[in-house]
Design a protein around this ligand. Sequence first.
Ligand SMILES: [Zn+2]
Length: 363
Amino acid sequence: MDEDLSCQQGATITGTSDMLFSFGVIADIQYADLEDGYDYLEVRQRYYRHSLQHLQNAIKDWNGEKVRPQFVLQLGDIIDGFNAQYSTSEKALSRVMKKFKKLSAPVHHIWGNHELYNFSRSYLEKSVLNSKYLQDQTLLSNFAGDQTTTEASAEFYYAYHFCPKTKFRFILLDTYDLSILGRDPSTKKYQDSLCLLREKNPNKNLNSPVGLTDYQFVQFNGGFSQDQLDWVNEVLAYADKHQERVVIAGHIPIHPHSSNNVCLAWNYEEALAVIHSHPSVVCYLAGHLHVGGYCLDSHGVHHITLEGIIETPPDSNAFGTVFVYDDRMVLKGRGRVPDLVMHYRKDHSAASCNDTVEITVAE
Ligand SMILES: [Zn+2]
């Protein structure tokens, strides 16, 4: 089929009108009311103040689409960690949320490291960044790990799933379930995470990957508890059984070919093993790595790491709309985000895949 990616509107993006629904994606807004700065390597410019304008432009675009996105995935790092230093966390968050209020679609919020630099997990749980009320209510008691966070202990992970259309399920993962960010030091998860981090990273500065065997074991990353992996496994088994297509989203990438070797979830291999054992998964969406990345893995799962708003010059942008069809999803990128056609894996009924094709276009 002739894919016309130059078209602006979803209904015409492929020259057909069989689109089922669409959704928006945006990552690493990292707003702060600060002058422009640079990343930690002093290489890439960060536009702290202008990120709010980028968000406003993205919302205007989504609201103006012929077929409006059904929802938007905010892939984490909504405000910058600098806000914590200047005690402007709440003010910055309220400015960003004021922009999101103009969006005529619900927003699913993921928590990244910068949420946890600014707020504790217990604060986030009660905040506007807890979008768990949008979770699939019809299957609430089906999975052992479906938690109502209000009654959960301090060890809770922030993850849920929802079904925007029959046969399509989205799972939001907590890539900082194992982490020393945002968790109370008295909790077991904090202590276990600190032990694991120190075991893998002997550096005094735990944010430094220098000399490591597994470069991803730095403080600004995190990982998945066994409980969360078991829960994902259960949800995916349900999805397989009901022939659903599943999109998974988390702040940190989980495939080395869609990232560099540092910006990966601590136990990304365990997450990949769970995902690869279920034919329902078609795509994993992440942020965190501001330069972006993409790969189609050996099991036919597309891994998209979205370009970050924060490192996007004022004359560009970095967001997208994903148009969902029966046989594919089409990402229409804006600014730094490239267009992408993602065909679903062919064998939807079998978990095994002998293909070893790896296509990497990650930076
Ligand atoms: Zn991040």
